[in-house]
Design a protein around this ligand. Structure first.
Ligand SMILES: Cc1ncc(C[n+]2csc(CCOP(=O)(O)OP(=O)(O)O)c2C)c(N)n1
Length: 347
């Protein structure tokens, strides 16, 4: 399936005779799976329906999921958002697909997301869901989820359509292909009033934000993560385990680019934080559990293992031994030490 272009977790079930018999193995040049023929393009009639909804929308919002990164559709997302002046909220795994510093970026949505982002979703009249699956961590109670919004869902996995949230226009296909088809069909819009309304919620939230607190001599994780973000110029590859520190990293490490955020999503098991940074030498793995690709990385990109205070002690000796010679382990140790010192300072 990976060779066929999809990058999802794959269960390999090896039957008994394959385990005990022997044969000549030739690696196939082209993989053809009769039972796996994903649709990559949406029909024009459905695209036109989507265009109609986009045309009528006064308060549209894009929900950007991991699918944007898997489909390599970051550029198309940017083109669509800018052309239609539609703000972009991100799922935890979609972070980095749209630059956090962009004026249309609303950051992370959902249970651990920004309140103003969730306000924008709840008050929107059109949701454009790009490569995301309306997980309960981003929707909350489905009965009250975005009640005024029409919904367009672009998603390669047809089993996700109408699964959690009923949508008005399902566009099953590869996001990059579907957006490439859709962008020329939509007009340019400005949604100044809507963007101002969101800005009002954002200003209100900013006035209470921990990021705007005066330095009172205490160490706050939000400030620490933001300082690491500044010190690394936002260019580090950030890996996390599962838990509160993961959400802090998601909230305060402002990602500008994709594939620098290695964290587990729906399959969130504690212990995830150990394998990614322990990839050998200066190699890295990118993406979610099912989306790991090894690549050489330039030495100037530092890894920050944001595993929280004390977390490392629980990890196995086996993994300890595999930490790379430079980079992540050091950053992880520094962060942990600083957090521990911070905790002691509070005690
Ligand atoms: C294997 C496993 N067991 C339990 C959980 C449920 N769980 C999610 S976060 C968490 C606490 C994690 O604590 P820690 O690693 O110290 O990180 P923190 O939340 O303090 O940042 C637990 C028990 C899980 N996700 N995976």
């Amino acid at each position: 399936m990976r060779a066929a272009g999809d990058r999802v977790p794959v269960l390999i079930d090896i039957c008994k005779n394959a385990q005990v018999e022997s044969c000549e193995f030739v690696y196939p040049e082209e993989v053809k799976l009769p039972g796996y023929q994903p649709v990559t393009r949406s029909p024009r009639a459905l695209l036109d329906q989507a265009v109609g909804l986009i045309e009528r929308a006064k308060k549209p919002i894009i929900l950007c999921g991991h699918g944007v990164i898997m489909s390599k559709a970051e550029e198309e997302l940017m083109q669509f958002a800018v052309k239609t002046q539609t703000p972009v909220a991100s799922t935890p795994l979609g972070l980095g697909a749209f630059p956090a510093s962009h004026p249309l970026s609303l950051g992370m949505m959902g249970m651990h997301g920004e309140a103003y982002t969730n306000m924008a979703i709840q008050n929107s009249d059109l949701i454009l869901a790009f490569g995301m699956r309306f997980d309960d961590r981003v929707t909350g109670t489905l009965k009250t989820y975005a009640p005024k919004a029409k919904k367009i869902h672009i998603e390669i996995d047809s089993s996700e359509i109408h699964k959690n949230v009923f949508v008005d226009v399902p566009l099953v296909g590869d996001l990059k292909t579907v957006l490439t088809d859709l962008i020329p069909l939509v007009d340019e819009y400005d949604h100044d009033e809507w963007l101002e309304e969101i800005q009002g919620w954002k200003n209100e939230a900013d006035s209470r934000s921990i990021m705007n607190w005066e330095d009172d001599g205490k160490l706050y994780v939000a400030h620490l993560v933001a300082d690491i973000w500044k010190a690394t110029g936002g260019n580090a590859i950030v890996t996390t385990d599962v838990g509160q520190h993961q959400m802090w990293a998601a909230q305060y490490y402002q990602l500008e680019k994709p594939n620098r955020w290695i964290t587990s999503g729906g399959a969130g098991t504690m212990g995830f934080g150990s394998p990614p940074p322990s990839a050998r030498g200066s190699r890295r793995k990118t993406g979610d559990l099912g989306n790991r690709r090894r690549r050489r990385i330039p030495n100037d990109r530092r890894r920050v293992d944001d595993c929280r205070a004390g977390g490392r002690e629980r990890q196995s000796r086996h993994h300890e031994q595999q930490f790379p010679r430079h980079g992540a382990a050091m950053a992880g140790v520094l962060l942990r030490e600083t957090l521990l010192r911070g905790q002691h300072a509070h005690a």
